[in-house]
Design a protein around this ligand. Structure first.
Ligand code: AMP
Ligand code: MG
Length: 395
């Protein structure tokens, strides 16, 4: 199954099972979450015309004759008097413009005479150095649409409009299961044949950055009884996300349990790293089974699970930005699967981590992004390739 077909199916299923519950959350608790209703401006921004410079506010027409006396000093946070005709006002950045003034001249172009009157060395233009009322937004304007993901910029914007809280979609509750008899948690001694569980930390941390509530279900042994028990004990979640055990191997207990209690689709994706991906339901709860090799987990989470989870929360655009960059490598043999190679930019060209094995997570720590090499294609140095920055998918 081509990656785009799998993604389209997942997104359809996500759109059919949206998380509808919404809650009012303080801005400090909104990071990474999804706006449930449009953010509409309840005030003009800026609320009044103000100075963009430290300098003098005046009427252009008054500047032509004699030097002007300074009739008031206006700091940010103060309410000015109307400007007396034939005078100027000392004004500082962000201070409200006094009524009657139609320009601000920066202090560098002002000549202050011994008698404290001020003349101006440069020609003045109406409106210069003034930030007009409502230049950013006016009352009633929709500033952010429902379905927007809230990051630092959106939250800063909401704060600038005076919002202390926002209506957001309830956090998606995601249970993370790491399957594999060989897995041991960091901090424990390693026995023979054992490895440390890296996917649990990778996914739990990533999901937190995506604004999800993580139910960390720990390690699941390769055993049918234990798998049943673990699934049953999960309680009320929006998604069960597991890693490992999805190849049609003998230890495919998750698939087994899903077949008993729900339904299971095993997709052979034309993706590398990644190939086997499970999607199913356990007693009505969606289950996404990612392959266990850490680089496969990373790639399939980035390209499939992340957009799925965002779409469940009503996010419209779930496609990461992707840049066309010249290749700094050769890829002479066309593959049958679409490859996502861990890469970074050096001297304006995309270069690859030397070991692209799906077990090597270090490749992704070194990388700045994933290069997409489509199935059936080759790449020669200098050819343009698609580069998806990891920063696009990690948050
Ligand atoms: P599986 O899909 O269970 O056959 O696992 C494929 C490969 O990924 C095997 O080498 C596993 O040991 C490894 N693997 C599976 N789960 C994890 C995990 N949570 N952390 C690190 N490696 C894993
Ligand atoms: Mg396994």
């Amino acid at each position: 199954m081509p990656v785009e077909v799998a993604l389209a199916r997942l997104l359809d299923m996500a759109a059919a099972a949206p998380i509808l519950m919404r809650e009012e959350a303080p801005l400090a608790d909104c990071m990474g979450r999804v706006l449930a209703e449009p953010l509409v401006a309840m005030l003009d921004l800026p609320p009044w015309p103000n100075s963009a410079m430290d300098g003098y506010a005046l009427r252009v027409a008054d500047s032509k004759g004699q030097p002007l006396p300074v009739s008031q000093r206006i700091f940010a946070g103060q309410a000015p008097h109307p400007l007396e005709p034939g005078t100027c006002a000392r004004i500082f950045t962000g201070a409200p413009l006094p009524a009657g003034a139609d320009c601000v001249e920066m202090q560098e172009n002002a000549i202050v005479h011994d008698d404290q009157r001020v003349s101006f060395s440069e020609p003045l233009a109406n409106g210069q150095n003034i930030r007009p009322q409502g230049q950013e937004t006016t009352v009633g304007e929709t500033v952010l649409v429902a379905g927007t993901r809230l990051g630092p910029i959106e939250l800063g914007l909401a704060a600038s409009l005076g919002r202390a809280s926002l209506k957001v979609i309830r956090r998606a509750r995601v249970a993370v299961l790491s399957t594999g008899d060989e897995l041991v948690e960091p901090g424990q001694p390693l026995g023979p044949g054992q490895i440390y569980n890296s996917n649990r930390r990778l996914l739990c941390s990533w999901l937190q950055r995506l604004g999800c509530e993580v139910i960390d279900a720990g390690i699941l042994a390769d055993d049918l009884e234990m798998t049943r028990a673990a699934l049953t004990g999960l309680g009320n979640v929006d998604l069960i996300l597991s890693t490992g055990g999805v190849s049609v191997g003998e230890a495919d207990w998750l698939g087994h349990a899903l077949r008993e209690e729900g339904e299971l689709a095993l997709w052979k994706l034309a993706i590398k790293p990644g190939k086997p991906l499970t999607f199913g339901h356990y007693r009505g709860v969606p289950v996404l089974g990612l392959p266990g090799n850490p680089a496969s987990t990373l790639v399939t989470f980035a390209l499939l699970a992340r957009p799925y989870l965002l779409r469940r929360q009503g996010v419209g655009d779930v496609t990461p930005l992707c840049f066309s960059m010249p290749a700094g490598f050769n890829w002479p043999r066309p593959g049958v699967r679409r490859e996502y190679l861990r890469a970074r930019i050096e001297l304006g060209r995309v270069v690859l981590y030397p070991n692209q094995s799906s077990g090597v997570l270090r490749s992704a720590a070194w990388a700045e992004g994933l290069v997409e090499v489509r199935e059936g294609t080759t790449v020669q140095e200098g050819d343009r390739v698609s580069f998806i920055p990891l920063s696009e998918v990690l948050g």
